[in-house]
Each structure stands twice: as structure tokens, then as C-alpha cells.
Design a binder for this molecule. Sequence first.
Ligand SMILES: Cc1ncc(COP(=O)(O)O)c(C=O)c1O
Length: 475
Amino acid sequence: MTPDEFRALGHQLIEWVAAYRERLPDLPVMSPAQPGDVRRHFASAPPEHGVPLEGLLPQLDAAVLPGITHWNHPGFFAYFPSNSALPSVLADLVAAGLGVQGMSWQTSPAATELEEVAMEWLRQLVGLPPTFSGVIQDTASTATLVALLCARERTTGHGQGRGGLQGETAPLTVYASEMAHSSVEKAALLAGLGRDNLRLLPTDDAHALRPDALEEALRTDVEAGRRPCAIVATVGSTGTTAIDPVARIGEIARAHGAWLHVDAAMAGTAMACPELRWMWEGVEQADSVVWNPHKWLGIGFDCTAYHVRDPDHLVRVMATDPSYLRTAQDGAVKNYRDWGIALGRRFRSLKVWFVLSALGVEGIRAEVRRHLALARWLAEQIDATPGWERLAPVPLQTVAFRHSPSGLEAAALDAHNLALARAINASGKAYLTPAVVKGAQILRVSIGATGTTAGDVTALWARLRDTAATLAARR
Ligand SMILES: Cc1ncc(COP(=O)(O)O)c(C=O)c1O
């Protein structure tokens, strides 16, 4: 493809994306595709000879689009949002056009230095103290793995340089709430710490980690000769956006010499609002903090912000030093390849720069407050309507609840709510996530797509009531 051909097709594709965003509200939010529906549109082997790409465009509409679940749809209430603001789309285009691989400062100084700027902007945006340094990771899952690897190495005095975990005599233990994201469990397992040494602890009525349960677990482990390695506090849990008490957990971590990792994957964006920062009061005690600009902030997937208090420790754990990676500037610059697991690095800071510039801090705060108000409105409707039951506080933008018609025992109630969620999702008008919290089937409405308006939330509430009534009448 020549630059001229690229220009011509590129204009068409920009138009295609713009038109797609305009007609989003008319598309079914959850893809109606059945397994295999998309695949059957494609040849089973690559073409022997190249074909003009223009010929592929009809397939975007016919084969790809029906297989898309639309995360930027105003009726997207599932999981947590993953907004991709149009400035982010443009930044990704530039990044791809530049084709940069920013593993070292020298391999593209702009990629490193703009990432330094982007992480400093993000740190200020969420009000973390200047003692934190940052790096962009692909996902919170990776960042939490990096955190637990760093915790492991601190506890063992850099045992990786000796016999690793296999050279340790006492097991290392990790603590989190039973509501922590599955990435915490995965990271503990991948870090070699072992399921036997992972404590997923009970929570209080608001689904937050109970400090007394944490202290008790630590006491038991220490008495048994185990070594507390890391505590993960969640600010905004996946199920119900529960807020673990970070300040108290930080004191406990310090008393035991354990690493404190704060997972604010979703809630991080809300920390742009000073009035919400109580949620992670005490965060300055953390050794590492992760949050996802690729969730609520509008920076397209993937972009995770990972802030650490001791970058030298991070680099010591992560760095390798083969001759072919050395450059004349080593020692005078950051080589971000030494700040994480991957060697190769995309130019992700471009989209941070574009989106923060386009929205401004006030624009971000306004969007967070707008979504919080919509969630509060929905919570009020649920509280005021007989037969509906809210199952968790709503500190952020997620409402956890269920329809509880009288006369249903537990299993039937669970089945009714699961059927309700599936019916809503199949309608194509809205998409939400059914989940199980403490054994109960809940409906989980997570408000945060950029296009979602009060009208969309009102329509969802009406649809929930109508569908619930229809299902109940069928019993
Ligand atoms: C609290 C929490 N932590 C971690 C994650 C994992 O995020 P990622 O997909 O970036 O790994 C999620 C995902 O929703 C989450 O809710």
C-alpha cells in the first residue's frame, strides 16, 4: 500500500468509524452472534495473492459488526465500562502510523518522555502524592502480578538472585478480601506463591475487607511460621464497588512488613474528584497502586496506570541487561522495558495526552459526577419500589440489586434474576452483568459509558420492571 492508497482508504475508514459511532444507539448492544457465526464469513486459509483492501470493507459490515458487543453503546451497563473516546482512537492511529517500539529511551525518546509526562499528569489527576512514580502497563492484571513479584522479592531479600522461592524455608502469604478481583488470585498463583498461601478474607455488610479478619489471619500465619508478603486492598470491588479501608489496612501492612498494593482499577478515575478521595484515604502508604484509564476515563483499551513508591526496587526486580539492549544513555534516562514484564512497548502515552487534553480535568470530573448521579437515581428507584432489593451501598456508579417477588425460595429467586438479566441482554437495548455475591444471584448495573444519558437509565429501569413482571407472570 502506498501512502496515497493509505490516504484514500484511511479517509474511508475514518468515515466508517465516525458513522459507526453515530449509529451506535440503533445497534443491539450485546452481539446477537452465535458461536461460529463470524468465523464462517472468512476463508479457512490466507489468500495466496494479495487482494485490494477496499474489497474487505463490505465484510466489516456484514461479518465483523454483527459480532461486536458495543462497549461504547449508551445501553452498555455490563462489567465496568471500557470507553474509547474519539481522541483516543486518533491517538492510536498516530501511534500505529509511527510504528514505534518504545522499549528503551533510545528506541524512541518521545515514547519514554511522553510516558513520563502522561504518568505525571495521571498521578496529579487522581491526587496521589509526588512520591509515586508511574509506568503504563497493559492491564491491571499485569500490574498486580508485577506488584506481587515485587512484594515477593522484597520479602525474600531478592531471593530471585539465589534459589528463588524454591530456596525459601518459610511460605510467603498474601491477603485480600473475598471480593477482590480474580486477577489477584491469578497473580498470587503466577508469582508462585501457591493457593495454600492465599487468604481471601471475609467482608463486612458493605462487602469491604474486615481489618479484624485481616489481623487474625496475619496472627495465625505468623504464629505458624509463615511470612506475610503482601496485602491487596481493593477500592471499588468488581462485584459491588466495595471500598476496603485502605488507611487501616496500611497500618496493618506496615506492622507486618507486608507490601500494600491498592487495586482501584475502576475507582481510580473517580479520584479525579477531590470529594471522592476519601475512598482511598491512606493510599500514600501503598507500595503500589493500580487503576485503569482504559475503563472509565475514555482512554481506549489498553492503558493501565501503575504507580510505585520505590521505582528502584521495581527496576531491580524487572530488569535484565543483555548486551544488545544496552545504550549510551543508560543510567541517565528511564528505560521503561525495565519497569514491567514485556520488553516491547507500544506508544500508549499518546492517547493519555490526547484524551486528557481534549477533556481537561474539569471535563473528567463532570463526567464522573454525572454517572454517579445517574447511579444514585437508579438506587433511589430500587429502594422506593416494593419487590426490589438493593444489595450493596452505591459509593460509585455500580448498583447491585435484585428483583425479589414474594414467595420465591432462594434457588428460584436466583433463577428468576438470572433469567431477568438474560432477557434484558437479549433485548439488544441494554446489557448488564449478572453476578453472584455471597451466594446470591444479583443484577449489576454499571453506569459509565460516555454516551449514557438519564434517558437511557430511565429506559433501563422501565425495561427491568416490565421484563420482571412478564417473567413473574409466567411462573
Ligand atoms: C477491581 C478490578 N481489578 C482488576 C481488574 C482487571 O482489569 P484488567 O482487565 O485491566 O486486567 C478489574 C476488571 O474489571 C477490576 O474490576
